[in-house]
Structure formats: C-alpha cells, structure tokens
Design a protein around this ligand. Structure first.
Ligand SMILES: *Cc1c(COP(=O)(O)O)cnc(C)c1O
Length: 387
C-alpha cells in the first residue's frame, strides 16, 4: 500500500472521527500524483492546445478542494464545472483560474457570473440575448462560451441558430466569445460514425466564428484524436483514472483506492443465510467477513449476490466474493477459502485498488466508472497522496 498523507483541512489537535481510519468504515485513497501525471499525459499529446480539466460533481467525487489545486499546480488554468454553485466553490480555491459553467446562464442570474468572474456556457439564443443585454447595460464586454449542439441533442445552440448567430456581429460584439464548444455523443467508441459527423459539423461552424478558440474533446476524444485541431481540451474521467473508452484498454494511471474495515469474522453453518432477504445461503459450513461499508458509501446495492457473486473484494491476499445483499452500512463477503488465522477484526479489505479497478467494479455493476466515482460516499477517511 502507498504511503498516505491525510488532507490537512483541520488543525491536528482537533481529531474528527472521519479523519481517524480506525473510526471510519473505510479509507478512500486519492493519489494526487497520479492525477497530475494523467493530466500531464493528455496535455503532452496536444502541444498546440491548452489542456483544461472538468471538475464537476466534486471532481467526480474525489474532492474539488484537493483535486482542483493539485491540477492547478500541475499547470492547468481552465476548469469546467456543471453548476454555478460549483463555480463559486472553485473560485474560492483558485482566485485567478478560468472557470466555465456547462449548464449555462440561469434566467436573471447574469450578475452572479460577473461578480465571481465565472464564464457561462451559453446554450441557446435566450441565454445569448440575456448575456449580451447584461453586458450592454454594464458597458462591459464580459467573456462567455458558446455551445453548439452537433448531434447530442442535450444542450447547445442548434446548428441553424449558430449559423445565424455568426452573422449577428452587433450581438456578438456586446460580449467576448471566449470559447466555441461542442460535445461528442460517442467518443467512448472511437469507431462510431457519429464522431466523424460531429467533428465535421463542428469544424464547419467553427469556421464561421473566426478567431474564437474552439473546444471539442472530452477525455476519450483527446486520447483518440490527437490530430484534431482545437484550442482547449476538456478531459474529466481520464484524469481520475477511469477508462474513457468502452472498447479499448484503459491507458490512464489509477487514482482511487478504497479499503474497508473488517468489523467481524463469523462462522455460518451449512443452510444458514446471510443478510437481508436471506438471499445468500451457505452451501457448506462457511466463513463470512463483515465489512464496514455499504450502499450509503457508494457500494451499489445492485452488486448484491444471491449465489456465486461476481463482485469481489481482495482480502488477506485472495479474492473473496460478496455474499448476499449489500446493506446501507455493511457488506458481507465469503472468506471460507481463507484460513481463519489470516483473518482478523480491524484488518482491511480492498474494495478498489491494485487488484480491483474502478472499471471492473463498474462492469460488475453494469455501469460506467463515472457513476462509481461520483457515488463514493462522504463517510470515508480520505487520504490524499500529495503530488
Ligand atoms: C463531463 C463533460 C466533459 C468531460 O467528459 P469525460 O468523458 O469525463 O472526459 C466534457 N465536456 C462536457 C460538456 C461534459 O459535460
């Protein structure tokens, strides 16, 4: 196991239970050195572009307060969040970084963006008009990003609106278009035909906004198409060690590890059951370890097993399958094959780490690493390895 260093947010004299590994159900390790290396790796593949970072949803669950400053120290200066409230938190951490808000300009809230020096991503004509009107009233050309929808049909100006807007100089001159962006629907599958279509449409529209810097790539696109011309990259998941691809090996360094505390080791007789719903039944006399983590900590209840589970932990040098339902605070694992004398109360089991990747856990849960990371709970002792 790596050498840990606790995130020193509180005075060392004031011991909070959550910061004391023995008093928490699990230890969440976040390797800021690997995070910085992942950012640098993507940046190095695009020497002509500026590598930004997406830190929405509390930096994908890993803690914006630690992650954003670590990325800034690695050289990142452009950050993307989803919500104005996230931008406000980030501004307090990084007084001079560029901060973009994907979700756009909420009606009547232009002053928030102005006062916090935060850049709204304008997603439709109503937002463009409102930002322009605010800038006219203040006689200030404040920055904004323009989001063009090239096929996702989620947020962004439809291409026809974007083409018309490009002709409306009087409107564009009210503010400072600082970035023209679009988002790919299928970048996780680089062979998907939608990628080339969206890229071509984006290039065509970008050509109408002469001089406005462009941004198209999320993690997968930044890794898959280093030859695409653009000015700013927007990686998220790859920085945090998750695989941005659904059909390629993960090229990034892992960032997250999670160790759960063994609260009890117990013998279960053949025919007895374990946990809620009595869904797991011992086929022979068995040994069960009870760990102090559950679905309230982000261990999805969907990982529950009835017979031979697919989800596993790594404990005492061996894999051990989940046994029965994942409860809110507890997880039972079948350790019958592990000698009793190598198991003890207080030892730790790897939930995520060098034997179990976040991508593998996502596969077991029929989801993506993004959801595993953003579901991680708030009750762990968090230990940040400094960069
Ligand atoms: C979340 C998000 C990203 C980052 O995507 P990853 O796949 O995590 O790299 C980039 N752009 C937009 C618009 C997003 O919403």
């Amino acid at each position: 196991m790596t050498v840990w260093m606790a995130g020193a947010q509180h005075a060392p004299t004031q011991r909070l239970a959550g910061e004391e590994p023995a008093l928490a159900g699990g230890i969440l390790g976040i390797d800021l050195k690997a995070l910085a290396a992942n950012w640098q790796r993507i940046a190095a593949q695009h020497p002509q572009a500026e590598c930004g970072a997406v830190v929405k949803a509390d930096a994908y669950g890993l803690g914006m307060e630690q992650v954003a400053p670590a990325l800034a120290r690695a050289g990142c200066n452009s950050f993307f969040v989803a919500l104005p409230a996230e931008a406000e938190r980030l501004r307090a951490l990084l007084p001079s970084a560029r901060i973009f808000v994907f979700s756009g300009l909420p009606a009547g809230e232009a002053a928030f963006f102005h006062e916090h020096s935060v850049v709204p991503v304008l997603n439709d004509m109503a937002e463009v008009e409102e930002w322009a009107a605010y800038c006219r009233r203040r006689e200030l050309r404040l920055p904004a990003a323009l989001h063009v929808d090239t096929g996702m049909n989620r947020l962004g100006l439809p291409p026809a609106d974007a083409r018309r807007l490009a002709q409306r100089r009087e409107l564009l001159e009210c503010f400072r278009p600082q970035l023209l962006m679009s988002h790919l629907a299928c970048a996780d599958t680089p062979g998907h035909e939608m990628n080339t279509r969206q890229h071509a449409l984006f290039e065509e529209i970008a050509a109408l906004f002469d001089g406005v810097p462009t941004s198209l790539a999320n993690s997968a696109a930044a890794l898959a198409w280093p030859q695409w011309r653009q000015d700013v990259l927007r990686p998220g998941i790859a920085l945090y060690g998750g695989n941005p691809f659904s059909d390629r090996p993960n090229p990034m360094q892992p960032v997250v590890s999670l160790y759960a505390t063994v609260l009890q080791v117990r013998e279960v007789k053949k025919g007895e059951t374990v946990g809620y719903g009595a869904s797991w039944r011992a086929r022979a006399d068995s040994r069960i370890a009870i760990l102090g983590v559950g679905y309230a900590d982000g261990i999805c209840r969907c990982l529950s097993s009835s017979a031979e589970g697919t989800a596993q932990v790594f404990i005492a040098g061996q894999f051990a399958p989940y046994a029965g339902r994942v409860s809110m605070d507890l997880l039972a694992v079948d350790v019958s094959h592990i000698p009793a004398d190598s198991l003890e109360r207080g030892m730790r089991a790897e939930i995520l780490g060098s034997h179990i990747s976040v991508d593998e856990m996502a596969r077991w849960a029929s989801t993506i690493p993004y959801e595993i990371l953003t579901s991680l709970g708030q009750r762990f002792t968090r230990l940040y390895t400094p960069a």
